[in-house]
Design a protein around this ligand. Structure first.
Ligand SMILES: NC(=O)C1=CN([C@@H]2O[C@H](COP(=O)(O)OP(=O)(O)OC[C@H]3O[C@@H](n4cnc5c(N)ncnc54)[C@H](O)[C@@H]3O)[C@@H](O)[C@H]2O)C=CC1
Ligand SMILES: O=C(O)[C@@H]1CCC=N1
Length: 272
């Protein structure tokens, strides 16, 4: 069965690369369409995927179609298309619900929140499916997500907060690391910023591996690093003072943005 991808921005491209890297989908069975054809051609040069002339062609040729456009482009695009009820439509958009998707497609629909880290076959794909999926469709869908990530089913109540932890997190972590590196250089200008960044990346990789390989809890790792009466303890005290309120604000602001997006999507449902 062919797998379709409409929209080749960050996430559409990640899916192409990850499905090819994991060998979950033979490249010739990946059928893609992007508004700007050059993006598709660049990917084709590397992966030998098939390029469709239109989004409709993707839907006509594929049993599963990942729609990877921006949230406000999802429903208008699906309304324009004529998609067989046999086709499983998967939206990756934040703020577009299963009910929204069921309103524009008569067949099976799912929602997945992928992460850019799945290009390295790591990270978590959050997903929620409609009741309309057959056992076979569900198994195939899970197989695809599991080939590129840890596939985690979540309720639509959980998905927004979980999105911040899994899908926004690579960007947020990069922001935290940049701030960490900049502060180090402000403190000690002799230290080169690029060296500070490289040190943090290597340290982050090592930290993640240690946590995972030894199945350490965060508290256990802290205990291992923070020598009693030592230096790290002082740093942790500062973080305890400043981070909780910062993260509370982060979740409040991202929730507001999710709410705004959902309102705009709902407006698209009522305009006709
Ligand atoms: N970037 C990320 O890490 C994540 C993004 N998402 C979701 O993925 C979706 C896409 O996000 P990005 O990839 O970051 O955006 P992007 O702006 O990089 O990509 C959107 C792509 O869709 C194409 N496009 C727009 N309308 C189209 C149409 N009618 N037909 C074909 N192609 C069309 C654009 O040319 C562009 O290449 C959003 O809905 C976002 O919520 C979800 C999880 C993570
Ligand atoms: O920032 C965004 O809107 C998308 C959804 C989650 C990650 N990136």
């Amino acid at each position: 069965m062919n797998i379709g991808i409409i929209g080749l921005g960050s996430i559409g491209q990640m899916l192409v690369k990850a499905f090819c890297k994991s060998a979950a989908v033979p490249p010739e069975k990946l059928v893609v369409f992007n508004r700007t054809r050059e993006k598709a051609e660049r990917l084709q040069a590397e992966y030998n995927i098939a390029i469709a002339e239109t989004a409709q062609e993707v839907c006509d040729q594929c049993g599963v179609v990942f729609v990877c456009t921006k949230p406000l482009d999802i429903l208008p695009l699906l309304r324009e298309l004529s998609v067989s009820a046999q086709t499983h439509v998967v939206s990756v958009a934040a703020g577009v619900s299963i009910a929204d998707l069921e309103g524009v497609h008569t067949g099976a629909v799912s929602k997945v929140i992928p992460t850019v880290t799945s290009q390295e076959l790591r990270g978590v794909s959050l997903y929620a499916c409609s009741q309309r999926l057959s056992d076979e469709q569900r198994e195939q869908f899970l197989g695809l997500l599991s080939s590129i990530s840890l596939a985690q089913e979540v309720s639509e109540q959980e998905i927004e907060t979980a999105t911040i932890l899994t899908s926004s997190a690579p960007g947020l972590i990069a922001g935290i690391l940049e701030s960490f590196a900049q502060a180090a250089v402000r403190k000690t200008p002799e230290l080169q910023i690029d060296l500070a960044r490289r040190m943090l990346v290597e340290t982050m990789l090592g930290t993640a591996m240690l946590l995972q390989k030894e199945q350490l809890g965060f508290d256990q790792l802290i205990e291992r690093v923070a020598t009693k009466g030592g230096i790290t303890e002082e740093g942790l005290r500062v973080l305890d003072k400043t981070l909780p309120s910062g993260f509370d604000e982060l979740f409040a602001m991202t929730e507001s943005k999710h709410d705004l997006l959902k309102q705009l999507v709902q407006k698209q449902n009522t305009v006709e």
